[in-house]
Ligand binder design. Sequence first.
Ligand code: NAD
Length: 346
Amino acid sequence: MLEELIRSWDGEEVVVGFDAPTGTWMFVCLHSTKRGPAGGGTRMKTYPSPAAALEDAMRLSEAMTLKMAAADVPFGGGKAVLSVPSPPVGAERRRLLHRYGDLAASLGANFQTGPDVNTTTADMDVIAERHPFVFCRNEERGGSGDPGPYTARGVFHGIRATVSYLLGSPDLDGRVVLVQGVGDVGARLAEQLAKAGARVLVADIDPQRVEALAERIGAEVIPPDEVIGIECDVYAPCALGGTLNAETIPRLRCRIVAGSANNTLAESADAVRLQEAGILYAPDYVINAGGVLYAWGTEALRWDSETVETRLAGIGETLAAIYRRSETEGITTEAAAERLARARLD
Ligand code: NAD
């Protein structure tokens, strides 16, 4: 399976490691270095098999290539997956992260990483003890810290631009926005939306977290299993990927889908399903690029805060260009985003 996957992949390089004490498979995939060093997060997760983990790393690293190109920054796409039987803690986690750091360091500047699902800025501090090209270390260690607030700001700009394109004005006053998942990104997004006058609905599987936020910002709590059928202007998925599929799309009662979750669509046919349902979809890797713009921009490109803010606002402009292209070329917004990114790669 691993051999077949590697043979059929169109990326540049796969590095594989196995950590016997924890039973962890480590895959670092460099999809493209055409536009610059490959950038992408380090994900820690339990997978049903090493092949499933490798497949995920390959797919995610290709998405990073498109994300970096769509955001127009001089980096390629990569991703690392640590496929753990269960997430290690304490000294065992530290040892595994060092071992992984050595593996990543074997790629030198070609692989530049940061946090992802189940890895934190504290984990980046540990990996950076072995691999010099690590972003989002804690600020006291000289890193740029948590990228979540910047991802949230980018999504906020993206929602305004999408509302403006579809409804004629970016004004969110009175618009109904449903935020699914109020973690690092979703909570901050919900707060900004409420400040901008939107009627905010929030859902999370963590009842305490969602209730506390709702009370603080004046939002309405929706049970997590009722999200899909709720009537709203904007549905912002900020929890897990794959929420939109052949079964859920016909039940949506929103006009726009625009949120931070990676891989929101279960398959590419879902972009067509959304278009046919008259729902404007903000491609995930375009609207959620704020964290990458902040971390790679600040640490690798030495952007100042003004430049970061301009680039975050630029996410809205990129989305508007994608919507225009989708209309003039008669293609989905997902396809229009991919054409934009691939043209830059060529
Ligand atoms: P997080 O883990 O901090 O928050 C996720 C939240 O979703 C949690 O509160 C969790 O309880 C909730 N949740 C999980 N399953 C749910 C469900 N079925 N229904 C409702 N709520 C549910 O993660 P985050 O950093 O806020 O990221 C959110 C999403 O955005 C993820 O898909 C992530 O990959 C993506 N993303 C994040 C960043 C970033 O900078 N953090 C950047 C790009 C993309």
